[in-house]
Design a protein around this ligand. Sequence first.
Ligand code: C2E
Ligand code: MG
Ligand code: MG
Ligand code: MG
Length: 294
Amino acid sequence: RAKANGRNSWNVHDPSETDPAINRMRLLGELRHGIETKQLRVHYQPRMDMSTGTINSVEALVRWEHPTRGLLQPIDFIDLAEESGLIRDLGTWVLQEAIRQGTHWAQTSPRSEPLGIAVNLSTRQLLDPHLVDTVATALERYDFAPGLLTLEITETALMENPATALQVLTALKSLGVGLAIDDFGTGYASLTYLKDFPIDELKIDRSFVSGLGSNDGDNAIVQSCIQLAHAVGIRAVAEGVETDHQRTTLLTLGCDLAQGYHYSKPLTPEHITTWITPRQSITNVMTQNSGCPL
Ligand code: C2E
Ligand code: MG
Ligand code: MG
Ligand code: MG
């Protein structure tokens, strides 16, 4: 390419800065290195029990603390990890880290109900023949109650190879973990899969939740999703709840769990720890420091 552009243009700019393929290769190398040198972080978004208004569990969401590019979000690197196969190492790390953190919360939190943890799985992870072993090993390593772990799988991942997906989900189910269909409504999953797959919860995609109250179509879709979930005996979870109006509408419709910026953005583990500390002790700290509000 440099040759084709001629000598002069070679001097004008370094083609490696603009060539997307070269940038990808560079980012891939950095990601591989970043996983090895522990640059990944997990943030956690509270999942609220709608009927009690209390935190039920948290969803683990990966971040990459890049040494020069700043804190990168999944959109910046998950596809790259998926296409390159690095998602295996990345996913295994996230799973172990979330379970390690969940064990820590279970041991230290004053709550009577231990906090559940939800972890996302990509298509490639779902179809990885080692997945069931990886999950079983992570649970055993930390002696984490399988019932406290939910694995979130998108409709698209399930549809990539439904026969294999059914086998894998059945094996995961027999470990005792919960299974969720993520981004429900955005893929092309046939409704019969809801009946055939051993699923425990249906996560209604944010694109429908955001139209609640302002878009009749979205109201109808969200209502149908909740009814559908309940009809097959599973929980309905709303993602991307941003307003109190959306919250009250979902509550009226009988939605079981909800998450979104209305409650909280994804937080560092330290922030979740203060979230799950009973209000009473936070009040005590505030009263003690009342002479100095900030
Ligand atoms: P997801 O599993 O559907 O996660 C929900 C996404 O919506 C998260 O984005 C979350 O921060 C965002 N979100 C939550 N509440 C709101 C809200 O009220 N408003 C808006 N606008 N956004 C909200 P995030 O963290 O950027 O993750 C994006 C996607 O990346 C996830 O979608 C998931 O598919 C994937 N992902 C994240 N972490 C992992 C991981 O560890 N492994 C795999 N395989 N995929 C992951
Ligand atoms: Mg998810
Ligand atoms: Mg989702
Ligand atoms: Mg999503």
